[in-house]
Design a protein around this ligand. Sequence first.
Ligand SMILES: [Zn+2]
Length: 337
Amino acid sequence: MKGWKLVKPLSVKETEVVESNEIESLCKVKITKSLITRSDVLRYNGEIDCKNVFLGSSGVGIVVEAQANLFGLEKNNRVYIEPNRECSECFNCKSGNYTDCSDLQIAGEDFDGFLCDFCNAPADKLFLLPDSVSDADALFLGHISTALEIIDLLKIQKGDYVAVIGADSFGIIFSQLLMYYQAVPIVMTLDDENYKIAKESGIYYVLNKDDNWQKEVSVITGGRLAENVVYISDCNISSSKAFSLASHNASVVFTGTTYNNTVPFMQAIKKQLNILCVNNGFGNTASSINLLANKALDLSYLKTDTTPSSHVPQKLKELNDDYSNTGKTNEVIVEWL
Ligand SMILES: [Zn+2]
């Protein structure tokens, strides 16, 4: 199999890999589409350490080889490949709590990702895609799974207000999911393009750089401020906002792929906030596919580019230039022929 590996920061090379002997216990999938995410861009530029593996955080494809009688999985099935794998060695894994694995292995970082033509994966990491779920939507299952994890963690109920700081693809998906569960997102962004997308996608409360966020959130919540705040670390907004918009004893979730933010804790301690961190939604893939099949989300609003697999190096360079200049990156769908 052939794909794009990171040779050194800012340089990828098309690399052929000889398949190992353990392949017999694995299923072989022809990748049809993969997704370059912000995490891939940060691996590409060296901000996130990664092993010498194919990049690519998300992938869908067609099963080309599977053993007989394997959980109903058959040749020609269209599948999403789970990008997270339990380590099987930590305390939680050995206790059978795989979804709480303390050393979760991530595609494109710890093992080969999906910027390649074929991939071998254990059958339990392949999820059949219903006809009603498009490849393009399935590529965002990682985002949806993480959004679901946060909603579970916060125990979101009908009518709850949630301040969402950041309106990138994840912010839009998370807010749409909140609305599906009849909660009320209040989305904040400094970016004009993301503001427009958030508004168009049907989110009612979207605040931009011209609004007084504290005042608006106070008015919307009847003076209480937000009992739930989700801060997406990729938003280019000071993390102190997460605490100033929170009510006393509120829950504040930090998520995202940017890890070098400075967080001033004075307000958090004064308000006795519950601070939670989420960086994956491992274990939620089946539920997330179900949400897409039920049309709980409309991902047509997300701004994504599509590129052929041969253009991956140029695309990564462009994305990294965008990131250096604006702090922003949009996802790119890569098509494999
Ligand atoms: Zn583990």
